[in-house]
Design a protein around this ligand. Structure first.
Ligand SMILES: Cc1ncc(COP(=O)(O)O)c(C=O)c1O
Length: 506
């Protein structure tokens, strides 16, 4: 057996890490299946022109993370149950302390050459007829005309703004505009002083990690979890405590007793499952943070889009003890290319954050901040939000309708908010990785939990019955065509059992 691995020896990414990542992807994509024997270390080493020891170390890491089993006198065999394939019910394994402890040890600080990351770049951009890639705003809805006018005006009157350094926490008028927006929209009463402008949520998470995560620090994360957060904590050497998510969000009864931890959550629309953290658990989480002297990192990435159910205030809006750090982004409501986001800090952390932000980059570029401030204060931002909310609601409904039409009785999760939903694949159809591959061959992009930017820690298996479907960047027509092509690829020309869902929430 040989493996189609491509190794680049330019010194940027360690060889062992490249081998680990590629074999892991092949396992998650179903290219390598449970029980399959990997090539012998010597054979693969010769094939790739790297030392046998490098292959051994990569295999050992795959084994430590549960992707393969190392069998004596046989070799490395793909595990029967791979880590990313357990959802919801893996909570059974979280017997207080035991499961967490095991994971915490496994995810102790990683040597730098073992870092993991997955870019959010759409792998098939513009190549597919219908691409249900996640978290992508509608490219045609970017308010280009207004934006160009504002940018032009700002440039004309720039004065010394382009040549001088500014407050590393961000442009005061943008921070004020965000504070004014957050009060009514998310129930957060923060002053502009507490708001720091960052280069998107990822940069905000980095700022917080720089402030409070050291090798061996405890980081509670959701499982499944947004890769951008889980891998980041891993890169800072944090001990990860993955806590399962059920239909009410993070299972707060399983929170560890550890002190001075950080807990990363996506309460509005859990990534990737899309569930909303219930009010009782929100309160429990805040009480836990207060009791354990920990901080909660609330990632509110797509909360501008809520289609049904009461509009819940942010977790930060409930925080009377200043234990929640709120991270917001303009990547979803405006565009990821802007690289603009913000962090709302408890007052006691502001001075420290300013030092770190100054050390990191002395602040974000001025022009985009200034343009966004004008866009927000002129009322254009609210108008833009109203427009895309309506658009995405129509698209979500079109997707629900198409799933119902072709796969009657469709079971979806997380469709009440956000820009994607999760489809539970009907029993008689193939697994998620198989469907992803089949769909791709017919020009349709649908994504497993792993390829959709999430990572699952645990051992039980349900995620290979789930697909993440982004709907915000496709027209209703493209959605209809995409799902009908998917159905044809799966041999479904069937009629619905029930089409009633199509007209939901107009
Ligand atoms: C859970 C989550 N947080 C944050 C982001 C956005 O990050 P950024 O603001 O760095 O673009 C995404 C994007 O997909 C996401 O899924």
């Amino acid at each position: 057996l040989s493996l189609p691995l491509e190794i680049v020896a330019d010194g940027k990414i360690g060889l062992q890490c490249q081998i680990f990542d590629q074999v892991r992807s092949m396992i998650l994509n179903g290219v390598l299946r449970s029980g399959e024997l990997l090539p012998a270390t010597r054979t693969l080493g010769e094939q790739l022109g790297v030392s046998r020891n490098t292959i051994t170390l990569a295999y050992e890491r795959l084994a430590a993370e549960g992707y393969v089993e190392l069998r004596k006198s046989i070799g490395a065999v793909v595990a029967v149950q791979i880590p990313e394939t357990g959802l919801f019910h893996s909570a059974k394994n979280e017997v207080r302390g035991q499961f967490r402890h095991e994971l915490a040890i496994r995810h102790r600080g990683e040597p730098i050459e073992n870092l993991r990351s997955q870019a959010l770049i759409n792998p098939h951009v513009r190549k597919l007829e219908a691409d249900f890639w996640v978290g992508r705003p509608d490219p045609n809805s970017f308010p280009l005309k207004t934006w160009s006018k504002i940018v032009g005006r700002r440039l004309k009157n720039a004065g010394s703004a382009l040549t001088e350094y500014r407050d590393s926490a961000g442009l005061p008028e943008l921070r004020t505009a965000i504070a004014d927006h957050l009060r009514p929209a998310r129930g957060i009463a923060a002053s502009a002083d507490q708001i720091f402008i960052v280069g998107g949520c990822q940069d905000g998470l980095n700022l917080i990690c720089r402030m409070m995560v050291r090798p061996g620090s405890d980081a509670v994360i959701e499982t499944p979890c947004y890769q951008g957060a889980a891998y980041l904590f891993e890169s800072y050497g944090a001990k990860l405590y993955p806590i399962s998510v059920d239909e009410k969000g993070l299972m707060t009864s399983n929170l560890p007793d550890t002190k001075n931890a950080i807990a990363y959550v996506t309460p509005s629309h859990q990534y990737p499952l899309g569930v909303t953290l219930s009010l009782d658990r929100r309160l429990e989480l805040i009480a836990w943070a207060e009791r354990t002297n920990s901080y909660i990192l609330e990632d509110d990435y797509d909360s501008d889009f809520r289609f049904s159910g009461a509009p819940l205030a942010a977790l930060k809006g409930l925080d009377r003890v200043e234990r929640v750090i709120y991270v917001g982004t303009f990547s979803k409501c405006m565009g990821a290319g802007l690289r603009l986001g913000y962090v709302v800090l408890p007052s006691r952390l502001v001075a420290k954050a300013r030092h770190i932000k100054t050390l990191m980059n002395n602040g974000q570029p001025w022009l985009e901040q200034a343009a966004l401030a004008d866009f927000m204060t002129s009322g254009s931002y609210e108008r833009h939000l109203r427009h895309i909310r309506k658009l995405y609601l129509g698209r979500r409904n079109a997707l629900l309708f198409a799933l119902e039409k072709h796969f009657g009785g469709s079971d979806v999760i997380g469709d009440k908010a956000g820009m994607h939903l999760v489809w539970r694949i009907p029993n008689q159809l193939p697994s998620a990785p198989e469907i992803e591959a089949l769909a791709l061959a017919t020009g349709v992009g649908v994504y497993t939990i792993g390829s959709g930017g999430a990572v699952h820690f645990g051992t039980l298996s349900e995620s290979d019955r789930l697909l993440v479907l982004g709907f915000s960047s496709l027209t209703e027509r493209e959605i209809a065509i995409g799902i009908s092509k998917l159905a044809a690829a799966l041999g479904r020309t069937t009629k619905p059992r029930n089409t009633a869902k199509s007209g939901r929430e107009k």
